[in-house]
Each structure stands twice: as C-alpha cells, then as structure tokens.
Design a protein around this ligand. Structure first.
Ligand code: AMP
Length: 283
C-alpha cells in the first residue's frame, strides 16, 4: 500500500495507474476507521481497479463549537486497517497541504443543504463540498464511494457532481451497524456505557418506522410522530430533528409513495448522533 502526504505524489501515482488502463476508486474519510469505512473500501474494490482512500479531518466542515480539536485520530491504526482491507493508496495530507494559502473559493450547493443536518450545522456542507471537490480534482477518480449513513451528504455530493459535470460516478453504500443495531460512527467513542446503551433508541425508532411502513402506513406525519415518541421515551436522548423526505431532493413528504428517507439527529448526552432509514417499495 502506498502512503502519501503530498498532492503531487497522489497525482503521480494516479497517472501511472491510468497509463496502465486502471480505473480509480476513491473513499474519502476523516479517519478513526471502523467497519463502516471498510465496507466502502470493499465497495470501491468491487467497482474499480486501484482503490484509494483519504484520511483527513477537514477543519472547514466543523463549526466553531464543534469537535474539530477533539475529533478522534489514530493514523497508525487506520493505515493498518486500510492495508488489511485491500486499499492500494492512502492520502494523509496535513491541513497546510490542503489549505496552504488563504482560501477564496468555496463550493456551495444551495437549497438541499438548508435542511436536515444543514439547518443545524451552518457552513458544514460548504466545507464538505469544497474538500470533496478538491479530492476529486486531486484523484480524478472514476468512482467515489460514500456511506448512506450520511444520507444528506450523498444527496448533496450527487447534486454537486451533476451540476458541475464532474466526471465521477458516486456510489452510495449501506449503513453498517454494530450487532446491537447502533450505526457505526467514529463519534461513538465519545459515548459512556450508559449513553452507548441509550443510543440504541435511534435504530429502535427507525425499526418501528420500517415496521409501520411495511404494514402499509403512508402518512409521513404519523411516521414522524411514532419515531419521535420512541426517541422521547429515552431520558438521555434529546431530539434535534426527525424528518421524512425524498432521498434525492430532500423535500419534505406528506404522503410516501415510492421512496422515502426517514432521517434523525439526536444528542445522547453531549454527543450528536445521526441515523436514517432509506425506504423504497422494493424492500
Ligand atoms: P467520516 O470519516 O465520518 O467522514 O466518514 C467517511 C465515510 O464513511 C462517509 O462516506 C460516511 O458516510 C461513511 N460512513 C461512516 N459511518 C458509516 C457506517 N456506519 N456505515 C457506512 N458508511 C459509513
């Protein structure tokens, strides 16, 4: 596995692979890897010849009161996991490498970034879109894999790629959960044992949403209130939002027809967790 810190070294390695006719897959991450991230590497392996990952805690996607400084980091462990899971190249740039001078350019997707997490994390998706565009320009990948765990991020990146004609195929990969149902997240390390237990309520509430959808419920408001009731039954859980939206446009739904995204964000203690259910009539 090649490990590089410089943009110029990425470009050189990619050029050599492309010269051999290899397709390039990219998995952007902020590190502190878990099985969710590794499932994206596997998906990239299935869909491209040369699998690349980036490990970069992107300062510009964190708000002033968010956890940039305390975000968990363990690069040695990340490199070991990536190598064991068949990654070919890892890019671990410094902040100075990615943002060497005063940055005057921001990539900003409107409308769909104003809701769900975007409504509570101003500037977050500008930071995401800007860094992802830079990574796309650095790697020029054929495919890039993102986790459905961050459902709004998938919708925003797909729209950005469409609007800007970026020649990359975006592949969304399913949420990976612990055995007890908690969606894997690097931020789960912040949870105490009690909080970790309380956090199971997120998946439980989505399971209930799935159950009533399967039994024929099509009214979004009924589903939202059922999910909220379950979340409110857990004293350590503070709801930020529960929404039922179209997975591509993120428009609020009143009635559910073909597909829906039930997305939730909650605080468990001081830790903000998100989870979602992607529903379609085929499932
Ligand atoms: P992060 O390191 O949190 O920025 O996440 C990097 C990528 O991994 C993003 O595309 C996330 O959506 C994805 N990801 C994070 N957690 C999971 C999970 N539990 N299952 C699947 N993908 C995930």
């Amino acid at each position: 596995m090649i490990v590089v810190e410089k943009i110029s070294d990425v470009r050189e390695a990619i050029k050599a692979q492309k010269a051999q006719g290899k397709t390039i897959g990219l998995v952007p991450t902020m590190g502190y890897l878990h099985k969710g991230h590794l499932s994206l590497v596997k998906k990239a392996r299935e869909n491209s010849d040369f699998v690349c990952a980036s490990v970069f805690v992107n300062p510009i996607q964190f708000g002033p009161n968010e956890d940039y400084n305390k975000y968990p980091r363990d690069i040695e462990r990340d490199l070991k996991l990536l190598e064991e899971n068949g990654c070919d190249l890892v890019f671990t740039p410094s902040v100075e490498e990615m943002y060497p001078n005063e940055r005057l350019t921001t990539i900003s997707v409107s409308k769909i970034t104003n809701k769900l997490c975007g409504a509570y994390r101003p500037g977050h998706f500008d930071g995401v879109c800007t860094v992802v565009t830079k990574l796309f320009n650095i790697f020029t990948p054929d495919i890039a894999v993102f986790g459905q765990k961050d459902a709004q991020q998938v919708a925003v990146i797909k729209k950005m790629v469409e609007d800007l004609n970026i020649p990359v195929k975006i592949i969304a990969s399913p949420i990976v959960r612990d055995k007890d149902g908690l969606a894997l997240s690097s931020r789960n390390v912040y949870l105490s044992d009690d909080e970790r237990h309380a956090a199971l309520i997120l998946n439980k509430s989505l399971k209930e949403a799935e159950k009533i959808l399967k039994s024929g419920e099509r009214n979004a408001e009924n589903i939202i209130s059922r999910v909220k009731n379950i979340l409110e039954s857990e004293p350590l859980c503070k709801i930020q939002y529960v929404s039922c939206v179209h997975p591509d446009t993120l428009e609020d739904l009143t009635a559910i027809n073909d597909k829906a995204l039930i997305a939730i964000a909650c605080y468990i203690g001081n830790t903000r967790l998100i989870d979602n259910l992607l529903w379609s009539v085929d499932v």
